[in-house]
Design a protein around this ligand. Structure first.
Ligand code: NAP
Ligand code: MG
Length: 406
């Protein structure tokens, strides 16, 4: 068989623990036998990050900027315990945080759906993608526990030292709490561009919600920036594709999301996105079926699974035990990246391969072959067989081969 050709390399970011094991299986069984895979390889495993003093993470992110498309394996974010376990000289920062800062990107998370795993919300038929603005607001706030009576003020001094704004927040007659939050136009703009670009690239409606009726400066600014960028740069393209940009209040959005059948992107401010993404992913079933892509405002893409390195399974794997870790989200990171590469390089065969591999994954699951995390979620009356990761991937390969031969 002639392997499918690529022209531009994918940026490949390897990772840690159980997902690193799956990574190799996926490449060996599902990608390399069929695609003449071209990648620029970066090992973001913790051992290599330590060896390079984390330089490898920065190099990988810059390569992502250079080539446009990356696929990333889950990685350990070190904590105190990991510093001991891996004998680290420093508690290296989260690779995802580093990459996100360099690409200035927004993360989009979407579930993979199959027919007989029913979402908790029964009218949801298509995925709901959450886009979270992962910068500022309460996550970068200054807080104060007010101990006693006194006056709290909001003051702004410009760079020349002129006090251009001063307003009383509250005249405290008793102890209380106080918080100062900020965000930046530049960050909100990047967020907006990433959202509009991703909506165009996936041909889905974009919803955006804030509380601008109550927050007449802060949230209103988000709303106005989105609208201005939409009108001036994206409206025509949205109309050509027949998709829609839709702004509404956050509480109205929540009600509409629950009543909807899905199939759109929901852009949220930082806190809303934090909370709503957990709500939506839980309602759709499983973290192991949640895909994730980082999109930069200038159109670079980094595909990954939303879950971590599945440490508990890895420790069992090291003891020689059989593990049934679900590779779906990691496989979809590869298909997402290959499809995007195919689109950018005009390689329809590569896009078709990505579609067929996803099709083979879905066929395997609908044939009742699945990893253990999913068996409990399946509707009653469906016969299922729980398999280990290796057999699951082998079953996908059979179906992929059949689809490619057809
Ligand atoms: P996790 O790796 O997502 O796993 C948490 C639990 O969820 C697992 O123990 C497992 O439950 C279940 N699970 C997650 N993915 C699964 C899959 N593919 N198949 C089957 N079950 C799955 O989260 P964590 O244990 O909190 O974090 C582990 C490491 O991952 C940490 O070092 C963290 O820093 C890192 N992490 C990385 C990323 C990233 O790179 N994007 C994201 C999150 C966390 P059972 O044990 O009940 O089977
Ligand atoms: Mg959360």
């Amino acid at each position: 068989m002639n392997k499918i050709k690529m022209t531009t390399p994918l940026v490949e970011m390897d990772g840690d623990e159980m997902t690193r094991i799956l990574w190799k299986m996926i490449k060996d069984e599902l990608i390399c036998p069929f695609v003449d895979l071209k990648t620029e390889y970066y090992d973001l495993g913790l051992v290599e990050r330590e060896k390079t003093k984390d330089k490898v993470t920065f190099d990988a992110a810059n390569a992502n900027k250079k080539y446009g498309v990356a696929v990333k394996c889950a990685t350990i974010t070190p904590n105190k315990q990991r510093v001991e376990e891996y004998n680290l000289t420093e508690m290296w920062k989260s690779p995802n945080g580093t990459i996100r800062a360099i690409l200035d990107g927004t993360v989009f998370r979407a579930p993979i759906l199959i027919d007989y795993i029913k979402p908790a919300v029964k009218n949801w038929k298509k995925p709901i993608t959450i886009a979270r603005h992962a910068y500022g607001d309460v996550y970068k706030s200054t807080e104060y526990r007010v101990p006693t009576e006194g006056k709290a003020e909001l003051v702004f001094t410009d760079k020349d030292g002129n006090e251009s704004f001063r307003q009383t927040v509250y005249d405290f007659e008793c102890p209380g709490v106080l918080q100062g939050q900020y965000n930046k136009d530049s960050s909100i703009r990047s967020f907006a561009h990433s959202c509009f670009k991703y909506a165009l690239s996936t041909k889905q409606d974009l919803w955006f919600s804030t509380k601008d009726t109550i927050s007449k400066q802060y949230d209103q600014t988000f709303k106005l920036i989105f609208q201005e960028i939409y009108d001036s740069e994206y409206k025509t393209q949205f109309e050509e594709l027949g998709i829609r940009y839709f702004y509404t209040l956050i509480d109205d959005a929540v009600a509409r999301v629950i009543r909807s059948e899905g199939g759109f992107i929901w852009a949220c401010k930082n806190y809303d996105g934090d909370v709503m993404s957990d709500m939506v992913s839980t309602a759709f079933g499983s973290l192991a079926m949640m895909t994730s892509v980082l999109v930069s405002p200038d159109g670079n893409y980094e595909y990954e699974a939303a879950h971590g390195t599945v440490t508990q399974h890895y420790y069992r794997y090291l003891k020689g035990e059989d593990t049934s870790t679900n590779p779906m989200a990691t496989i979809y990171a590869w298909t997402g990246a290959l499809r995007k590469r195919g689109e950018l390089d005009s390689l329809p065969e590569l896009c078709d391969f990505a579609d067929k591999l996803e099709g083979a994954c879905i066929k395997t699951l609908t044939d009742g072959i699945m990893t253990k995390d999913l068996t409990g979620l399946v509707s009653e009356g469906v016969a299922v067989k729980a398999v280990n990761s290796r057999d699951f991937i082998a079953a996908i390969r059979e179906r992929l081969q059949a689809a490619l031969d057809a």
